[in-house]
Design a protein around this ligand. Structure first.
Ligand code: B4P
Length: 191
C-alpha cells in the first residue's frame, strides 16, 4: 500500500484535489473535516460538541480525530492505499498516525504540501462560502484565525516530515487541472 498526506493551509485545495486523486489512483480518501461535518449534519452528541469549535476556526481535540481515523483504517478494504486530507493537523496527530500505520505494517510514503498565497486562500474560501454555507467560510475573521492556527499548530509538521525525507512542496497556484497534473506527476513516481 502507498499512503499520502495532502497538506496545506485552509483553502489550498486539499479537499478539491483529494477527491480527484483518490479516484485516479484507487486510494481511499480520508478527510477528517468531512467526517466531522458528517457528525454535525447527523446531529450526534460529538457533532454538537465539535460544531462550536469548528465554527470558530479552532482545531478539535487530537483524540477525537485520531479515533475517527483509526476506525476508518481498520474498517476499509480494497484500496491501493490511503490519501489523508486535513489530517494530521498537529505534530501529536502525526506521531499517532505514524504509530497506527507502523502497527499495521504501513508508513506515510509522501507528504504533498500545496503552497498558495495568503490572498488567494482568502479569496477561495469567501467564494466557497457563497455555495457551501459553511460557517467557518463566512466570516473573514474566522478565515484569518484558521490560517493563523495552521501556521502555529499545523505547519510545524512540515519540518517533522522533512527530517524523515517525505516532504514534497507543490505549487498550489493556478487552475484546478494544472494543480491536479502537478500532484499526479509526483504520485505516479510512487504508484
Ligand atoms: P477541512 O475540512 O480540512 O477544511 P479546509 O482546511 O478549509 O480545506 P478544504 O480541503 O475543505 O478546502 P479546499 O482547500 O479544498 O477542515 C475544516 C475544520 O475541521 C478545521 O478548521 C477544524 O476545525 C476541523 N478539523 C478538520 N480536521 C481536523 C484535524 N485533523 N484536527 C483538528 N481539527 C480538524 O478548497 C477551498 C475552496 O477553494 C473550494 O471552494 C474550492 O473549490 C476552491 N479551490 C480549490 N482549488 C482551487 C483553485 N486551484 N482555484 C480556485 N479555487 C480553488
Amino acid at each position: 500500500m502507498v499512503n499520502f498526506l495532502i497538506f496545506g493551509p485552509p483553502g489550498s485545495g486539499k479537499g478539491t484535489q483529494s477527491v480527484r486523486l483518490a479516484e485516479k489512483f484507487n486510494l481511499l480518501h480520508l478527510s477528517t473535516g468531512d467526517m466531522l461535518r458528517a457528525e454535525i449534519t447527523a446531529g450526534t452528541e460529538l457533532g454538537k460538541k465539535m460544531s462550536l469549535i469548528m465554527s470558530k476556526g479552532e482545531l478539535v481535540p487530537d483524540e477525537v480525530v485520531i479515533e475517527m481515523i483509526a476506525y476508518k483504517i481498520d474498517n476499509s478494504k480494497g484500496s491501493f492505499g490511503f490519501l489523508f486530507d486535513g489530517f494530521p493537523r498537529t505534530v501529536a496527530q502525526t506521531v499517532s498516525l505514524e504509530k497506527m500505520l507502523n502497527d499495521r505494517g504501513m508508513k506515510i510514503d509522501k507528504m504533498l504540501v500545496l503552497d498558495v498565497d495568503h490572498d488567494e486562500l482568502v479569496k477561495r474560501l469567501i467564494a466557497r462560502a457563497e455555495l457551501s454555507g459553511r460557517p467557518d467560510d463566512k466570516d473573514p475573521a474566522v478565515i484569518e484565525n484558521r490560517i493563523e492556527v495552521y501556521k502555529e499548530k499545523t505547519e510545524p509538521i512540515i519540518q517533522y516530515c522533512n527530517q524523515k525525507g517525505i516532504y514534497q512542496p507543490v505549487n498550489g497556484m493556478g487552475t484546478i487541472n494544472d494543480i491536479f497534473k502537478r500532484l499526479s506527476d509526483y504520485m505516479k513516481k510512487l504508484i
